[in-house]
Write a protein that binds this ligand. Structure first.
Ligand code: G16
Length: 542
């Protein structure tokens, strides 16, 4: 019943910021997915007889790869697979299942915020027993294995019916098809004050969530509509579809513009939120106020104790390096630890496991805590609703008061997508060459204080991750950061992050792009971005 199949290695299976992401036609090549899954198993030790969690965001090709993964797990000696009904598990829900049922690890199938469909994106990611993305040590081992693999093992059995809940046998291995929502909804109910949020909604605060045709639909429907009493229709685009209904499931001001416009209109909802393909990102919009992800992290941290799950206080905050320093001011005031990590949720895992950080966040619309080991879109939405209910204030009031107390970090990210890879690499290389000569140089009123290529020394395991982004810091706390995205699937994406700190509340009402205009111009001057890429404006501004 177990077949050993000969294969030839692919040389391009290097996991990026979050797993292996490629176009569906790449994944659909003979043995491509099998090679990568076997490379994962070959890089792990001690899983015989243990449980593996499998699920994905429902995108095109999800079910096909789940069938392969189940049969290969059986052939490799896992004792049990837990798989979400219909092949569905949001990324945070998968993390929760791994932790709650003490599974050995999990395979999550998603390309996150990238579009889905026969010619769009797909992805495979391995998460370890703490529920978080595999650290670099493991992803490096998987890549090394994928380059030399010559066989894989698979059970030669019929496909499993993924739509039927219950326990089944696949080639001698137990498979449980589980409700993807129940455990997650229960966890949220433990962390947040559901009665207060229910009362807030009952009082007439109109809350909508746009699930963008992706995985959070069933989760948001159960929690917001069934448990918190929001009227039917409050969750929009609520059915997960293989092509996300044609949506680009990236919750930002470009792809969730309809929601933004609706909340900003006089008769629109008071509060709007959107999530991404696999449910780990979030966007928060209140009437009159878009909340930047960096501010969202700072505000959640500053108000954490209103939520029952965090009433004892938070131990520390972690943010990725390109995320604004708004949270740093909160940590300073609370007298707790602040950690700056490279981009990638995997870098938070050690800090969370060691109890050094309780809440974490990234500028890329990611926020989360030690309740799981992934960022968590609906968690952030519920945290905001809990804060609004506890303070009896709107999003706009909460944000403005926060700025008045801590100062405002004006912040924006400019993305240049699908740039020629060679040109992008040269731009970064040229910046690296300039680093030593920048400090002391003035660009108009801006004087460079320091410049470096960010390197992270993990305080828990001592590992070092180099070349994590070019930082140019100016006197007074402004900065620009350049890095190449590790999640794109065609060409290169250059990200330029721009930040200015403004302590004076009288100057908190300026348009963000205007407030950052001189820094944006200097970023172009130093990097020669327009000249090198031939682009005259970013593809996406967030
Ligand atoms: C992933 C990672 C995040 C990271 C984001 C953007 O998110 O989990 O930690 O911030 O990619 O990465 P990059 O700037 O390299 O494209 P997701 O939601 O895509 O899994």
């Amino acid at each position: 019943m177990i077949k050993t199949v000969s294969t030839t290695p692919f040389q391009d299976q290097k996991p990026g910021t979050s797993g292996l992401r490629k176009k569906v036609p790449v994944f659909a090549q003979t043995n491509y997915a099998e090679n990568f899954i076997q490379s994962i198993f070959d890089s792990l030790e001690g899983f015989q007889g243990q449980a593996l969690v499998i699920g994905g965001d429902g995108r095109y090709y999800n079910r096909e790869v789940i069938q392969k993964a189940i049969k290969m797990a059986a052939a490799s000696g896992f004792g049990k697979v837990m798989v979400g009904q219909g092949g569905i598990l949001s990324t945070p829900a998968a993390s929760n299942i791994i932790r709650k049922y003490k599974a050995f690890g999990g395979i999550i199938l998603s390309a996150s915020h990238n579009p889905g469909g026969p010619t769009e994106d797909f992805g495979i990611k391995y998460n370890i027993g703490n529920g978080g993305p595999a650290p670099e040590k493991i992803t490096d081992a998987i890549f090394a294995r994928s380059k030399v693999i010559d066989t894989y093992k698979i059970a030669d059995v019929a496909d499993l019916d993924l739509d039927q809940l219950g326990s089944f046998d696949v080639a001698g291995m137990a498979v449980e098809v589980i409700d993807p929502v129940a455990d997650y909804a229960e966890l949220m109910e433990q962390l947040f004050d559901f009665p207060s949020i229910r009362a807030l909604i009952a009082s007439g605060v109109n809350v909508v969530i746009d699930s963008m045709g992706a995985v959070t639909g069933p989760y948001a429907t159960e929690i917001l509509q069934k448990r918190l009493g929001a009227p039917e229709g409050s969750v929009r685009n609520a059915t997960p579809l293989p092509d996300f209904g044609g949506h680009h499931p990236d919750p930002n001001l470009v792809h969730a513009k309809d929601l933004y416009d609706d909340v900003m209109s006089p008769n629109g909802p008071h509060f709007g939120a959107a999530s991404d393909g696999d449910g780990d990102r979030n966007m928060i919009v209140g009437k009159g106020m878009f909340v930047t992800p960096s501010d969202s992290l700072a505000i959640i941290a500053a108000n954490a104790t209103v939520a029952p799950g965090y009433a004892r206080g938070i131990a520390g905050i972690a943010r990725s390096m390109p995320t604004s320093a708004a949270a740093d001011r909160v940590a300073e005031k609370l007298g707790i630890g602040m950690y700056e990590t490279p981009t990638g949720w995997k870098f938070f895992g050690n800090l969370l496991d060691a109890g050094k950080a309780t809440v974490c966040g990234e500028e890329s619309f990611g926020t989360g805590s030690d309740h799981v080991r992934e960022k968590d879109g609906l968690w952030a939405v519920l945290f905001w609703l809990n804060i609004m209910a506890a303070r009896n204030e709107s999003v706009e009031e909460i944000v403005k008061k926060h700025w008045a107390e801590y100062g405002r970090n004006y912040y924006s990210r400019h993305d240049y997508e699908e740039v020629d890879s060679e040109a992008a690499n040269q731009l970064i290389a040229a910046l690296r060459e300039k680093l030593a000569s920048l400090p002391g140089q003035s660009f108009g009123a801006l004087k460079v204080a320091t410049a470096d290529d960010f390197a992270y020394h993990d305080p828990i395991d001592g590992s070092v991750s180099k070349n994590q982004g070019i930082r140019i810091l100016f006197e007074g706390g402004s900065r620009v950061v350049f890095r190449l995205s590790g999640t794109g699937t065609s060409g290169a994406t250059i990200r330029v992050y721009v930040e200015r700190y403004e302590p004076d509340a009288a100057k908190h009402g300026i348009d963000t792009q205007e407030a950052l205009a001189d820094l944006i111009a200097v970023a172009d001057q130093i990097s020669e971005l327009r000249k090198r890429t031939g682009r005259d404006k970013p593809t996406v501004i967030t």
